[in-house]
Design a protein around this ligand. Structure first.
Ligand code: GLN
Length: 186
């Protein structure tokens, strides 16, 4: 669990509830022996700058290259993106173009029920907080959830998962379970 800034504690609480040991990552050595990494919501510019300052960018890229699952929620999604439309440090493993703060000030936070084929027919509560949307995806990227107007808010590509909303702020652990399945997949 990347724990430089943002709501990492909420993710760790969900993992604990699911009986999975999570570890707070602040330094490169914290990544050693990790099976997977979650990058939380927060402020992507801050997370990116701190990741550069703590020499975490290359080791996380190496994890991605090695095929280990990495999940970014909200600011974590932005950090994982190829292009965020601004000059800020990005990991860049996921072939998506992102619009930061896509909902503007009027509706900077809202909740809506959405569905995703990977969670089954039951809707999930999507909590958006100054959230990005995925403006476009590359050919290898699978779209996992969209808003009613068609804008993309969840996607995956190989070992990478990205959600613009915050499953860790709800009682529904299905997105965490889905990610953990990526971890145990042979
Ligand atoms: N607006 C933030 C950013 O651009 C993301 C907000 C969030 O993670 N809840 O980094």
């Amino acid at each position: 669990m990347l724990a430089l800034q943002g709501d990492f504690a909420e993710h760790l609480a969900v993992l604990e509830r699911l009986g999975v040991e999570g570890r707070a990552v602040r330094l490169p050595r914290d990544l050693e022996e990790l099976d997977a990494l979650i990058m939380p919501g927060g402020e992507s510019t801050t997370i990116g700058k701190l990741a550069v300052a703590y020499n975490l960018v290359e080791p996380i890229r190496a994890m991605i290259q090695a095929g280990k699952p990495v999940w970014g929620t909200c600011a974590g999604l932005i950090f994982l993106a190829r292009d965020a439309g601004r000059d800020q440090p990005l990991l860049g493993g996921l072939d998506i173009v992102v619009d930061r703060n896509a909902f503007g000030r009027q509706v900077d936070s809202f909740e809506i029920d959405l569905t995703s084929p990977v969670l089954g027919p039951e809707p999930f509560r999507a909590v958006f907080i100054r959230a990005p949307v995925i403006r476009s995806v590359g050919p290898g990227v699978e779209v996992l959830a969209t808003l009613p107007d068609g804008r993309i808010v969840a996607a995956c590509q190989g070992n990478l998962l990205a959600t613009a909303f915050h499953p860790e702020l709800t009682d529904d652990a299905r997105w965490h379970r889905f990610f953990l399945k990526m971890v145990t997949r042979p």
